[in-house]
Design a protein around this ligand. Structure first.
Ligand code: OAD
Length: 230
């Protein structure tokens, strides 16, 4: 089976009711992104950061996967699919995708604020101020913040190099190193970009832009892939 690799971003979850980042005009649910998604923000006001992610977690749990997530899961019948996502919700998994790489962490996990290898499943619970890791330090969300390393980027780059088909969906391609994954796609590989607006991707003859929402746009791509490659 051909390797189909998908790079997804906030736009794929938009039709599930979860807001994207850059469509909100620099504010994210009323907050300056650096206040709630950076080590500096955490140092300045950890309680605000915890509450912010507790709210995001509740919203993600209440949301349902949409047809875009489902179409990607169903493509596993015909392709070897790996989803590389920048999203911290788990709507891909909940729609049935079996191989999902989370570049920016997961809302469903907490981690130690002194040792990034100490990770704890939250099972839907909030992280409270005073919840400690085994080393006695405050728990924080297991989310990659601005200015932090992206440990999964190497794994994602190796997967991307093996892609026979590459889909970019619902990401502005504004955040690095995630956006640099497109440079690891082999030159002869067809790339489909599904987004109602125009992500920051250098045009090349192998790229097909589908200026549509994830639900309908991915349906169009899936149909074309089945006709062309199956
Ligand atoms: P952005 O908010 O930057 O981009 C969302 C993209 O989705 C835009 O290109 C929109 O046009 C598109 N979009 C909106 N509605 C859509 C729909 N219904 N279907 C398809 N596309 C739609 O989000 P990301 O690129 O995911 O990082 O942002 C990357 C990272 O920046 C995030 O992972 C997050 C953020 O800061 C961290 O939290 C570390």
């Amino acid at each position: 089976m051909l390797n189909l690799v998908v790079l997804s971003g906030a736009g794929i979850s938009a039709e599930s009711g979860l807001k994207t980042f850059r469509d909100a005009g620099g504010l994210w649910e009323g907050h300056d992104v650096m206040q709630v998604a950076s080590p500096e923000g955490w140092a300045a006001n950890p309680k605000l950061v915890l509450e912010f992610y507790n709210q995001r977690r509740r919203a993600a749990l209440e949301a349902m996967p949409n047809l875009g997530h489902t179409v990607l899961a169903q493509l596993e019948e015909d392709f070897e699919v790996t989803v590389i996502t920048q999203n911290v919700d788990e709507l891909h998994e909940r729609a049935g995708s079996s191989k999902v790489v989370h570049l920016h962490g997961k809302l469903s996990e907490a981690r130690s604020s002194v040792d990034e290898s100490l990770i704890y499943p939250l099972e839907g619970k909030d992280i409270q101020w005073g919840d400690l890791c085994d080393k006695g330090s405050q728990l924080r969300p297991n989310i990659v913040w601005f200015g932090e390393m992206v440990p999964m980027i190497e794994v994602a780059a190796r997967i991307t190099e093996k892609a026979d088909i590459f889909i970019v969906v619902g990401t502005s391609m504004a955040v690095y190193p995630a956006a640099s994954l497109i440079d690891f796609v082999r030159h002869d590989v067809p790339v489909y970009v599904v987004d109602p607006s125009t992500p920051m991707i250098r045009h090349n003859p192998n790229i097909t832009f589908i200026r549509d929402k994830a639900t309908t746009g991915l349906k169009t791509v899936a149909q074309e892939l089945r006709e062309k490659f199956h």
